[in-house]
Design a protein around this ligand. Sequence first.
Ligand SMILES: Cc1cc2nc3c(=O)[nH]c(=O)nc-3n(C[C@H](O)[C@H](O)[C@H](O)COP(=O)(O)OP(=O)(O)OC[C@H]3O[C@@H](n4cnc5c(N)ncnc54)[C@H](O)[C@@H]3O)c2cc1C
Length: 337
Amino acid sequence: MEKILVLAAVEADGTLGRPALEALAAAKELGGAVTLGLWGADVKKAADSVSGGGAGRILGVSGPDFAEARYGSDAAAAEALAKASGAALVLAPGTSRLARVLPGVAHRLGGRADTHVTGLQSGPDGIAASRGYYRQRIESTISRSARPWVISLEPGARPPMEAAPGTAAVEAVAVTLPEGARRTKVEGFRSPAGGGQTIRPDARLLFVAGAGWCKKQSSGQVRTAEAEQLIKAFLEKAQASLGSSKSLVDQKGEGQSVISFLTHLNQVGQTGSTPRHPKGLATCCHGEEPHVVGWRFIPQRRVVNLDANCGWAKGKADVVYVADAFEVMAKVNAMLS
Ligand SMILES: Cc1cc2nc3c(=O)[nH]c(=O)nc-3n(C[C@H](O)[C@H](O)[C@H](O)COP(=O)(O)OP(=O)(O)OC[C@H]3O[C@@H](n4cnc5c(N)ncnc54)[C@H](O)[C@@H]3O)c2cc1C
């Protein structure tokens, strides 16, 4: 079996994120010796969190220079860890932080990179990786002879490893940052105008808002301000991720009354995203195929729609509540309070 390295940057609180635990689980499933390579301000807490239960070798790059997401220092740390491990297969979570550096790291190592991988198999012909193409309509399985093979794993595509805490013996790897690597400084985070973070890839629930929220209701009036307040309150209480239909996000460009904190980044569907959450709740959304195709990885689906004949009712949802979403969400919010 080939030597495997799992690379991860530790989170701001010093822990390992769920995508890193998913990558570790994928590596362990392949079998063989697994080395964990971590970097951050201090990697000890993250290393301890997974060092029980027969953890393999743990390498670490620590220091204030490695705390923040920055190409220069992240790539240098990943490169040094990969070289110190001598691994042929380098697995890493496909988070935005690592996705930025992994192809560059593969180039520095003289290897190859593949991204958005959703599954790994070990067979008689070696290791094979699968991923989707054309918005996940085609799944292909690839293998490569080039080594090291750097693979970023799509977060949410598999269950994480159960963390088994212990006391880690971290082998420190020294990295001298090249001239200019400290040039970029993270000064803070900015959210889109009108609202805080609404896209939460790790959320248990995807809440989808459809165009119905901004349409004239039975009173003859649009109730956008109320819709906005109901949706915001629910997202905060349930810590759900917010998705939208295309019709709703498109309304902004048409100068209509809109939900202020929605952007095209929230759009789910054929021309939007295909998020991965265990559960989904669609409200005021008709359930047309170009939208529902983005729900492919959402196994449990519920819907609130006034129309008993909406698209969801045609075998696309597990439960359709034929009801007014304004009333339902007001009640749900009250129950969550
Ligand atoms: C090439 C192409 C690509 C596309 N890509 C995407 C895509 O990526 N994502 C996407 O979403 N769409 C996409 N579409 C558009 C898609 O076909 C639909 O037009 C869109 O999803 C409809 O959005 P909607 O369901 O929010 O709005 P509508 O079809 O207007 O439905 C609104 C729903 O709200 C319900 N409603 C109204 N008031 C209430 C209430 N008080 N309580 C409960 N229910 C209520 C109504 O009964 C209705 O079913 C694409 C279309 C094309 C042609």
